[in-house]
Every structure is written in C-alpha cells, then in structure tokens.
Ligand binder design. Structure first.
Ligand code: ADP
Ligand code: GLC
Length: 477
C-alpha cells in the first residue's frame, strides 16, 4: 500500500504543537508496518535543512493561480519515510508558520492552497499513484477537494484528520477565484460557510473518511458547544467520522534516554526523578523541594484554559506549591505572563517555545495541569505520565479518554468537570493532599509510567482504516 501523508508541520522539522508530534510519529510507524509512505510539508524558513540533511532534488513544480504562477522547488530526505519539502520563499520564507502573535498571515489561503496544488502536481508528475492521501487540519484540507473535484482521481481514497475544529481556514469568498476553484464549489454542500470559504468544510465533505484525535472529541464535535458551526455538517457525515486516539513516540519521549534532562530514570529508579526536581528548582530559583511542583506547558490560547490560570494566579501563589509555566501564543496572554515574572516567589514563568526546558519540566514535576476548555486529544498529559508526572486535567476530549480520576477504580489522575475557578483550585488542593500521602503518590507515579499511550496502537488503527477504505465502499474502522 502507498500512502501520501501531508501536514503543515512535522516534528522534528517544524512544530508549533501536537500536530507536528503526530505527523512526525505516524508516518514512521506505518512505514515500519510495510506501507510506503511519502510525507509532504512546506519548507519554512525555520527548517534547518543542513542539520537534517534535507537536500534539493532537481524538480520544480509550477502552480498557476489567479493569473500568476508560484514555483516550488522540491527538497528531499529519506529516512525510512520519504519526506518532501516544497520550497517557495514568497509564501513560506517567513518568521512564523501561520502568523505573528498579532494574528494570522492574511494570505494563508493562497499559501496553503498553492502548497496543496503543488503536492498534487508532484503526485501526478512523479506517478506516485497512492492508494490513500492522508491530510491534516485545514491547511491541507483542500487536497481531498482537489483530488476528487479538480484532478478527478476517484479511485484515490482520502483521509482527513481533524486535530482541532476551532481552526477551520475561513477566508472571504473571493478565495474561490484566488485558488482557481470554480464558483460551483461555493455551495452550502461544499466550501461555502456563511458567505465565506471554509477549507476544513471542503475537506470534511470531499474526503472518504474523517478522523479526529480522540473518541470523546469525535462525539463532542457533533454538538453545538464543541462544533464551531460545523456540528450539523459533521452529524450529516457521522458515518465516515471516527475517533482515533493519538499516541506519543516512546523513543522520542523517554526519561531513560532523554538527553535534555538532568538525570535519566525509569519507573525502577524514580529517586532520580527527585534529582531532576532539585536541579530544576535551583536553576529557576524556586524554593523548598518538599512542596509539590506543578507545571503548565502549552500554547497560550483560550482553548488551554489560560484564563482559569490567570484568574487563579493570586490563589495559586498562596498555596504550599511551586508552579512553573512555559508557553507562548496570543499577545495578550504573553504580555500577562511577562508581567508577572518575578512577582511571586513560588511561580516561575518563561514565555517562549523551549523544548529542552519543557523536557526538564516534565522530568522534574510532580503534577502537570491541563485545565483545557476543550482538548481534541492533548499530548502533554501523555508525555507527563511517561515521565512519572501525575496529571490534573479538566474532563474533556482526549483528556477524558486518557486521565482517570483517583476516586474511580484504578484511577491515576485528578479530574475536574467544569472550567470554573473553584473547581480548578479544588482539583489543585486534591493534588496537594495526594502528594502528602507518599506511598500512594509513588505508586501512582509508577503506574502512570507503565500505562501505554504509545503511537503503536494509533498507527495500527489508521492502517486498519486505510485497508478498509482501500478495499471497501463502506467506510468503517
Ligand atoms: P496542542 O497541539 O493543542 O498545542 P498538544 O498537547 O497536542 O497541544 O501538544 C503540545 C505539544 O507541544 C507537546 O509536545 C508540548 O510539549 C509542546 N509544547 C507546547 N508548548 C510548548 C512550549 N512553549 N515549549 C516547548 N514545547 C511546547
Ligand atoms: C491539536 C489539539 C490537541 C491535539 C493535537 C494533535 O493541536 O489541540 O489536543 O493533541 O492537535 O492531534
């Protein structure tokens, strides 16, 4: 079987969030199962071609859009998976992937539209003949539309994975012309969405199967509360919608081999996790190792429950805990967290994206907090547990599928229901109490380290889906 896998970010080449982690891990795993995999992403300015050995091949792709042409040079890396990086500096030679902290780049439709056409041209020119084209999120959602409608490849099956329904790629209606799409697609049953063009909607309508990244989120997005205006459409296509829980690559996230942490450990040498905590407190100026260390790592976006943290910050500063926050995102949030740097003795803040620091935090912490308003899957909680860090999470989406409250049989985390300050603070207090009971706490640590959240089972499910849709008219998992 041949699979073309397309994503706007792939770890380790470019990453803003969990999409990159999955797009990094999944092609590698499915390749190990004998599937020939061709992975595509744009060659951003930020990709370190030298470090990864990404080399130009002598292939150029011309995309004609709205009276002008965009030329992409093709770069390649073979490492089990065949990776192709499409280079056009006018569109992708910028400081950020999607936009600055002030907002999205206004020409994102042309950027990712042109990239999508370039992928199609490459598939055609090189005669790749894939059985499946697997795309991810709105940035690559035009590809199923092009596959079916523009290129007429009705035998090629397409899978769209929705990593986050909150981002749909919505543009003014003349995007249709900018992308040479034809006004017949500007229809309620196709790309039209309240008089605008919606990329993700096109992907949902035209792909053979739609997946999202956890079973709970697959149900949630059928409701107006989580559906971001697309719940009706998703209900209509419910038969081809599946929730496949993400996993993490246990080779990439492994406290036994992680080069960035202070001291490696496993579930049998947990005393070394304590050394990590000690060193981290020293490095960040936090005091008193006997207090539980809570961490938050993530995008500063409303989705992540940042407002709950901000509203609770004074209360958190008065609790017998240490708290370390690492993140970046919306300007208002960045400014807030910059403004509280050094204000509280027990709160350390770093605004920015810093993978080595994040790894030290996972290794040092006692608890990770994830008060998300919604969470399609969430990888942080899986990484934290792999590092023996217990999770305090809101009961939503993938968090609901991966964190079980200690009050339940075999529970191993702290879960709260409503995204409200008193519930959040109550969950933190429950964690503080749990921490006092050393034996239970240590047992739970071992337990979460031994749970299986690996990408292996995720990959097996996608392969099953690919096989089912390749050979059958019925879409099933
Ligand atoms: P999302 O994709 O919604 O941002 P996920 O939980 O799926 O959330 O994945 C987040 C990934 O990004 C994890 O690998 C996490 O460690 C990483 N991450 C998020 N913010 C930062 C940051 N500021 N510095 C380093 N890593 C980060
Ligand atoms: C999105 C979601 C996150 C998910 C990730 C990878 O960014 O916000 O919950 O884990 O994609 O699928």
């Amino acid at each position: 079987m041949k699979v073309v896998f397309v994503s706007s970010e792939i770890y380790p080449f470019a990453k803003t969030g969990g999409l990159a982690d999955i797009a990094g891990a999944l092609p590698v795993k499915i390749t190990k199962h004998g599937i020939r995999t061709f992975a595509f992403m744009p060659l951003y300015k930020t990709v370190d071609t030298e470090k990864f050995g990404i080399k130009p091949i002598n292939v150029k792709l011309d995309v004609y859009l709205n009276g002008r042409s965009y030329t992409f040079e093709v770069y390649k890396l073979i490492d089990g998976v065949s990776y192709f990086f499409l280079k056009n500096d006018e569109l992708f030679g910028r400081d950020y992937l999607y936009g600055t902290p002030e907002g999205d780049y206004p020409d994102n439709d042309v950027r990712f539209g042109a990239f999508s056409y370039a992928v199609m041209e490459f598939i055609k020119n090189e005669g790749l003949n894939p059985d499946i084209i697997h795309v991810n999120d709105w940035q690559t959602s035009l590809i199923p539309v092009l596959t079916y409608y523009k290129y007429g490849w009705h035998d090629v099956k397409t899978v769209l994975t929705i990593h986050n329904l909150a981002y749909q790629g919505i543009f003014d209606k003349y995007s249709i012309e900018r992308l040479n799409l034809g006004w017949d697609l500007f229809h309620m049953e196709a790309l039209e969405f309240y008089d605008k063009v919606n990329f993700l909607k096109g992907g949902i309508v035209f792909s053979t199967a739609v997946t999202t990244v956890s079973p709970t989120y697959a149900k949630e997005i059928l409701t107006p509360e989580y559906g971001y205006g697309l719940d009706g459409l998703l209900r209509k296509y419910e038969k081809k919608l599946f929730g496949i829980i993400n996993g993490i690559d246990y080779d990439v996230w492994n406290p036994e081999t992680d080069k960035h942490i202070y001291k490696n450990y496993c579930s049998f040498t947990l005393q070394n996790k304590d050394i990590n905590k000690e060193m981290f407190l020293k490095e960040t100026g936090l005091k008193d190792k006997s207090k539980p260390l809570f961490i938050f790592i993530g995008r500063f976006a409303k989705q992540k429950g940042i407002d709950l943290i901000i509203d609770s910050i004074d209360d958190l500063s008065k609790l017998p805990i240490n708290l370390a926050i690492l993140g970046s995102g919306d300007k208002g949030y960045n400014d807030f967290f910059e403004s509280i740097k050094g204000k509280y003795e027990n709160i350390f803040v770093k605004v920015g994206y810093d993978e080595p620091l994040s790894r030290k935090m996972y290794a040092s912490a006692d608890f990770l907090i994830m008060p998300s308003l919604f969470e399609p899957c969430g990888l942080n909680q899986m990484i934290a547990m792999r590092y023996g860090t217990l999770v305090v999470a809101r009961k939503t989406g993938g968090l609901n599928d991966t964190v079980k409250d200690i009050s339940e049989k075999d529970g191993y985390g702290i879960v709260f229901e409503k995204p409200e300050k008193h519930e959040f603070l109550n969950a933190i207090s429950r964690a503080v109490e749990l921490y006092k009971n050393k034996t239970t706490f240590e047992d739970l640590r071992k337990k979460v380290m031994e749970l299986d959240f690996s990408i292996e089972s995720t990959a097996a499910k996608y392969i099953k889906l690919y096989e089912n849709i390749k050979y059958s008219r019925e879409v099933k998992l």
